[in-house]
Write a protein that binds this ligand. Structure first.
Ligand code: NAP
Length: 215
């Protein structure tokens, strides 16, 4: 695939998988991915927009094609960032375990996988499909935004499963004060989203009339 081993030691990659709905992607996500890349010495970060998340089948989410294209536009200027259509190409609900298995096999076997996503989502991990395998196969980077209670996160995680403490790293990102919800609401209200998301994404939202009706 697109990932070369040329700059990795012993041909092994440290691979970041950035999971989320990305409806839409914004500067907070990009800052997060870059910070994770540096702190965890990741060779690449692959953004994986969710297809139909199993826990959100009834929610109103933009079409996967829109979310994939916006994510592609947002990452194109960073040579360490890629976007995968793996989840949006799956039929039916998508599960993180299938994504992690996909990125842990074949020519990438032996690479270390880091799954990066919101801290709230990771607190629910015990409800995810095959979560024990997931914890064995990858390390989690739980990202929080300002105002999020890290103490509560540590307590909850530690009380449910003490070993989790070694498999989950917390990453606090001040730039995540921006959220996808905030952007959607601003578009619905006719407010500017300039500088909250890369310009090509802003143009894409305008061109396709996304988020105009709220919901
Ligand atoms: P979400 O609705 O997009 O995000 C939940 C929260 O986390 C939001 O506050 C969101 O902020 C933030 N967030 C999402 N992705 C982020 C990222 N990469 N970096 C930093 N913050 C992020 O996502 P979700 O539906 O909870 O799912 C998150 C990931 O977990 C997805 O990859 C999903 O497939 C996976 N998941 C898997 C299972 C399963 O396998 N059974 C179950 C649940 C979730 P913004 O709104 O600003 O993005």
């Amino acid at each position: 695939m697109f990932l070369s081993r040329s700059n990795s030691v012993n041909g092994k990659l440290n691979l970041g998988l950035m999971g989320g709905t990305f409806d839409p992607i914004h500067m907070g996500h990009l800052v997060t991915a870059e910070e994770a890349r540096q702190q965890f010495d990741l060779d690449y970060v692959v953004f994986v927009p969710s297809g139909i998340p199993p826990h959100k089948e009834k929610e109103k989410i933009s079409l996967p094609e829109h979310r994939f294209l916006m994510t592609s536009l947002a990452v194109m200027s960073n040579p360490h960032f890629f976007v995968s259509p793996f989840e949006i190409d799956c039929e039916g609900p998508t599960y993180t375990i299938d994504t992690v298995r996909h990125f842990s096999c074949g020519e990438r076997e032996g690479s270390e996988v880091f799954f990066i996503t919101g801290a709230d989502a990771i607190l629910e991990i015990f409800t995810w499909k095959d979560y024990e395998d997931l914890l064995r196969l990858c390390t989690f980077i739980a990202v929080s935004r300002p105002g999020y209670s890290l103490d509560r996160f540590r307590e909850t995680l530690g009380s449910d499963c003490p070993e989790m403490k070694h498999k989950v790293h917390l990453l606090e990102i001040p730039a995540l004060a921006v959220s996808s919800t905030f952007i959607r609401e601003r578009v619905t209200l006719g407010k500017t989203i300039k500088y909250l998301t890369p310009e090509p994404v802003e143009q894409y939202i305008k061109k396709h009339g996304l988020y105009l009706s709220g919901g």
